[in-house]
Design a protein around this ligand. Structure first.
Ligand SMILES: *Cc1c(COP(=O)(O)O)cnc(C)c1O
Length: 375
């Protein structure tokens, strides 16, 4: 049996070597290193795939969030509502721009923003809400968009973990995650469902004026070379990354299906273990299983992780400390106990190996040892 990894990028590369290598060679031979045709191929491809009017590439998923906030015209002291149970980038950009992160707790089953708690946190300074489509499924966007209309704030979807996930509205219509809010952002970090071979990111919107603002901000606040109308940043997607991503976008649905197949098997085999809760699936969205994250409810999460490690089975804790209790964000004045669901999840979650190349033998080996631990 091949050594089990959290993510197997080398195994995946072997299957698509020709497409990747020829794309990278094309970038070198055309010397179109910055904003060349390969970047355009990717953004057009994503616009078509997601059914969105504008895909604006940038350097990484963290920049994408920062640029999205800048594009809606935030001012220091404005408030942004988001969750403490997420990757740090979501909250980091809020703090960096001098804004105040206002947290709401997550739902214990889906681990995503509890929309019932949002309205109570809205104030006259609320400029945006950032739901995070955690681990591969979408937060309940329909109710949030109704609130946004009522209270006049912007919604920025952090879609770094759920690209390719489809959302179903109550009337039966669908839209891709990341295209429902005023702006959506994603990351092409190598281990993401659509990952490059380095950093990358993108911003999505159906709003022409937001798209124009985003384009200007990513280009130093400039529409015309050497004339600057606003303060911007330098955040571009590398053409080499675009070449990798063009090849992998063509396979994204297939990759997400492979993840789901592995997840279905985990579900089926782990459901009977009463100390383990398998990931809940929402009715309003697909699950593209960026992570397969179980909850270990008997207090032995860390012991299970150690045991699995001894059997050569990697696992990860996403996320061990909710952000309101992280050292860097203590100054916002939150305390232990403020977001009990996030705090409890941090002590119970364990993400198992999840990627496109997992074999039945590897899955059986992982499952055998999880059962063995609890036997
Ligand atoms: C990965 C990730 C980001 C940041 O992406 P980078 O490309 O690493 O900057 C932001 N939010 C979430 C939820 C992520 O998982």
């Amino acid at each position: 049996m091949q050594k089990i990894q959290m993510v197997d990028l080398a195994g995946q590369y072997k299957q698509i070597r020709n497409e990747i290598d020829s794309g990278i060679r094309e970038v070198i031979e055309t010397t179109a290193f910055i904003n060349g045709p390969m970047v355009r191929n990717l953004t057009r491809g994503l616009e078509e795939y997601l059914g969105v009017s504008h895909c604006l590439p940038c350097a990484n998923g963290t920049d994408a969030l920062q640029i999205a906030l800048m594009a809606i015209g935030v001012k220091p002291g404005d408030e942004v509502i988001t969750v403490p149970f997420t990757f740090v980038a979501t909250v980091e950009v809020v703090a960096l721009l001098g804004l105040k992160p206002v947290f709401v707790d997550v739902d214990p089953d889906t681990m995503m923003m509890d929309m019932d708690q949002v309205e109570a946190k809205i104030s006259s300074r609320t400029k945006a809400v950032i739901p995070v489509h955690l681990f591969g499924q979408a937060a309940p966007m329909e109710d949030l968009m109704a609130l946004a209309e009522k209270h006049d704030f912007r919604v920025i979807e952090d879609n770094a973990q759920a690209i390719g996930c489809k959302y179903r509205f109550r009337d039966g219509s669908t839209a891709m995650a990341g295209t429902i809010g005023h702006i959506g952002t994603t990351s092409f970090y190598p281990t993401k469902n659509l990952g490059g071979y380095g950093d990358g990111g993108a911003i999505f919107t159906n709003d022409d004026s937001l798209a124009a603002a985003i384009r200007t901000i990513t280009n130093h606040g400039s529409d015309r070379k050497y004339y600057y109308d606003s303060i911007g940043v330098n955040s571009r997607l590398d053409s080499f990354q675009a070449a990798v991503l063009v090849a992998k976008l063509a396979k994204l649905d297939q990759y997400n299906a492979a993840r789901k197949q592995a997840a279905d098997y985990y579900d089926q085999q782990l459901t009977g273990i009463h100390q383990v809760t398998v990931p809940a699936r929402t009715s309003h969205s697909d699950h593209v299983f960026h992570q397969y994250t179980i909850r270990v409810t008997d207090g032995r999460r860390d012991a299970l992780q150690q045991y699995l490690g001894e059997q050569g089975i990697p696992s990860m804790i996403y996320y061990p400390v909710p952000l309101h209790l992280s050292e860097a964000y203590k100054s916002f004045g939150y305390n232990a106990g403020d977001f009990p669901v996030s705090e409890q999840l941090s002590s119970e979650v364990l993400s198992l190996p999840m990627h496109t190349e997992l074999t039945a033998e590897q899955l059986d080996h992982i499952i055998f040892h999880i059962r063995n631990f609890f036997a």
